[in-house]
Design a protein around this ligand. Structure first.
Ligand code: F6R
Length: 253
């Protein structure tokens, strides 16, 4: 199902794999349409299927990343790039090592930065110097976070250094040996940085995300649900599987 709803687009597919294909096609479409395109990328479980698709598409000669620049949303702090739980490691393992992107064109906030404020400012400058983000891929946390912008009393503007919520530490502990090992802080693009992307694609899958998907896409716009701000973006597509969309389908059809 594909539906124009208010000023955004909602695409609902049967399952995780078909959702991943839609997202990969959107990303490949941008890369093929614009030489030197700038992608904003996400980590987490959600985009792995889309990254697998992109790897297969490149192997089949359907997409070429040689002129692409990309910026990831976020990174834990402190964490070494060599740590297998760092987002830098994740991106190499799940995408960069398997496509023809120039490693010099892949950017992730430095999880070992000593001066975190300087690192945040430098990251903003790098995005601006690249001409801004053409297409930003997003997942959503069960608490509505995007990047690591946790529910708050105000929307953050630029890349910033944040304390992770207990629920996020708990959700991400599955990747670490124990919750104690999950870093308590992170560097993340701000809501303003994300919102400045010319186009946004948010991928949401699984029944566990059904309530937050409904709140983010159809609920009140509030910094308590950071993703809800996307309802105001001029070019946003929400791509969901049927499980994640189960509360939304009856409300939009
Ligand atoms: C990751 C990120 C996070 C995730 C979110 C969902 O770079 O920015 O906002 O998108 O935590 O994670 P998964 O996909 O693991 O459910």
């Amino acid at each position: 199902m594909e539906k124009k709803y208010k000023n955004f687009k909602i695409v609902i597919k049967e399952n995780y794999d078909s959702t991943s294909i839609v997202v990969a096609d959107i990303i490949a479409g941008l890369v093929n349409a614009k030489s030197g395109g700038v992608l904003g990328l996400a980590t987490g479980g959600t985009p792995v299927g889309a990254y697998k698709q992109l790897i297969a598409m490149q192997a089949a000669g359907k997409v070429d990343f040689s002129h692409v620049t990309c910026f990831n949303l976020d990174e834990y702090h402190p964490i070494a790039a060599s740590n297998s739980q760092s987002y830098k490691y994740f991106m190499k393992d799940n995408l960069f090592n398997h496509i023809n992107i120039n490693p010099a064109n892949t950017h992730i906030p430095d999880g070992m930065a000593e001066d975190v404020q300087a690192e945040c400012a430098a990251y903003e400058q790098k995005i601006a110097a690249a001409g801004g983000i053409d297409l930003q891929l997003l997942g959503i946390g069960s608490n509505g976070h995007i990047g690591f912008n946790e529910p708050a009393s105000a929307f953050s503007r630029e890349t910033n250094y944040i304390a992770l919520e207990a629920s996020t530490i708990e959700a991400n502990a599955r990747y670490f040996n124990s919750p104690d090992e999950v870093p308590k802080h992170a560097l993340t693009m701000g809501i303003g940085t994300i919102f400045a992307a010319r186009r946004i694609v948010m991928m949401i899958t699984g029944a566990a995300k059904a309530n937050i998907a409904e709140a983010a896409i159809l609920g009140y716009i509030s910094p308590q649900v950071p993703a809800s701000i996307l309802q105001l973006h001029p070019d946003v597509t929400f791509v969901l599987d049927a499980d994640a969309a189960k509360n939304i389908i009856p409300r939009i059809t």
